[in-house]
Design a protein around this ligand. Sequence first.
Ligand SMILES: [Fe+2]
Ligand SMILES: [Fe+2]
Length: 135
Amino acid sequence: MACVQWNQSYNVDVHEIDEQHQKLVGIMNKLCESIDGGVDDFVIDEIVQDMADYALSHFETEEKYFREFDYEKTDEHIARHRDFSQKVLSLQKDLREGGNTVSSDAITFLGQWFADHVLKFDKEYVECFHEHGLY
Ligand SMILES: [Fe+2]
Ligand SMILES: [Fe+2]
């Protein structure tokens, strides 16, 4: 079962960003399904790495526009992105060092955190992006 239920309310009306958000949630859901399906740890580790890489490139996209548009909440938003990356890193550490398996609950938590981030923080930059003609 998907661990993050994506719906229209998460759209920020910026095409490139909406696509990236959906793709990231897709990777998270793939991860939950793989964990629930008992897939080998090394495969899980690869998907976690995919998620980490994709999240990073998504954050870089947003941060590029923040700088380009001189977005007023740039610093605090970037700090939120770093929080997410830290959470993923500690998940990877657990997985690699402890030999612990990652639970789908942990990914669901991460997915929910991400969804909340979109609703609370990404939505705040939409007006600024739109003012600069980015849809
Ligand atoms: Fe985002
Ligand atoms: Fe963001």
